[in-house]
Ligand binder design. Structure first.
Ligand SMILES: [Zn+2]
Length: 118
């Protein structure tokens, strides 16, 4: 997946549409055919997300918009993420709980990994 060097408002618009129509918690751009590193989690847009640190690992039972069935995967409950926000400003933020899990799930997607591979 391509590293983003500029914002992609059209891709964001399309992703939000799919999230709304399917009541998703998160989505990665490549799940709907866009070859760029963008995820949206709880309406937070992240360009080029990179998980810098993770702690407090535990099993998580997850489903996916583009993978059949549920899978048990190991996820950190606390993460530190570097990303560019919707306005392309650099952010380094902590996330925890369910939000941290979804960010890891979607970041895996843009790195070519699904819950099927874990
Ligand atoms: Zn997924």
């Amino acid at each position: 997946m391509k590293h983003c060097t500029n914002a992609y408002p059209d891709v964001i618009r399309e992703m939000r549409k799919v999230i709304k129509e399917n009541k998703l918690l998160g989505l990665a751009a490549n799940q709907i055919g866009f070859d760029v590193k963008i995820i949206i989690v709880n309406d937070t847009v992240m360009y080029n997300p990179n998980i810098l640190e993770g702690s407090d690992y535990a099993e998580s039972t997850e489903g996916c918009y583009t993978v059949e069935g549920t899978h048990i995967v190991l996820r950190a409950r606390n993460i530190l993420v570097h990303f560019l926000d919707e306005d392309f400003n650099e952010q380094i933020q902590d996330f925890n709980g369910e939000e941290a899990i979804i960010i890891q799930h979607e970041t895996d997607h843009i790195n070519g990994i699904t819950i099927d591979d874990k």
